[in-house]
Design a protein around this ligand. Structure first.
Ligand SMILES: N[C@@H](CCC(=O)N[C@@H](CS)C(=O)NCC(=O)O)C(=O)O
Length: 207
């Protein structure tokens, strides 16, 4: 049995989307970050860094944190949401790691300075805006020649990127001028499992 510890947030949506796509049964544990539940000793025992998402799989006695690691875990557990072809599989893993290191944290910092911040730190605001644009541009160029991040197959790399492009759209970090990125986003957003994933747990972030 899988237990998911999550909140209504970009990194959490990656895992609710994946679980909905895979149609795996799971128990949802809503960790209310706004109430500090992620810093309680029982949660820190699951993730010492105090962040969601965390997945516990009692079938394999596995507890795992970091959304990219959880996505890989689910893909390897089911042999789904990851390309079969060797090169395409590594493309997908590469774009998943690119997301985890060079996109998610950058958009996260931009949200921090531009959306939640006082607006006074102009240097940081500009820096993260520029880095977000650069990430969007890199993603757009890749998607100009690929339907999905791993090539022809929808994969965990798409789910990871979507967790944050979903939030970027809601808070008007506009990427409409990136044609291929926009089209890719709309393609992913249209998937029923994605629509379910971004509504869990309620009340969900976004429209
Ligand atoms: N690199 C981590 C980031 C996880 C993360 O930052 N989660 C946020 C919610 S989206 C969180 O738990 N924040 C709690 C806090 O900042 O105290 C991952 O991809 O899982």
């Amino acid at each position: 049995m899988i237990k998911l510890y999550t909140d209504s947030s970009p990194n959490g949506f990656k895992i609710t989307i994946a679980l909905e796509e895979l149609e795996l049964p799971y128990e949802l544990n809503h960790v209310h970050i706004d109430k500090g539940e992620n810093l309680l000793p029982e949660f820190l025992a699951l993730n010492p860094h105090g962040r969601i998402p965390v997945l516990v799989d009692s079938d394999t006695n596995t507890t795992i944190f970091e959304s990219a690691a959880i996505l890989l875990y689910l893909a390897y557990k089911t042999n789904k949401l990851i390309p079969v072809d060797h090169n395409a599989r590594w493309q997908a893993i590469q774009w998943l790691i690119f997301h985890a290191s060079s996109v998610g944290p950058i958009i996260g910092q931009r949200v921090n300075f531009e959306f939640f911040g006082s607006g006074k730190n102009k240097e940081a605001t500009e820096r993260y805006k520029k880095l977000t644009e650069r990430a969007f541009s890199t993603m757009n160029n890749h998607l100009a020649n690929n339907l999905y991040f791993g090539g022809e197959d929808y994969s965990i790399a798409d789910i990871a990127h979507f967790g944050w492009t979903h939030i970027a759209k809601i808070i008007n970090f506009d990427f409409n001028h990136y044609k291929y990125l926009s089209e890719w986003h709309d393609r992913i957003a249209a998937r029923p499992a994605v629509q379910r994933g971004i509504s869990i747990p309620e009340p969900a972030t976004g429209p």
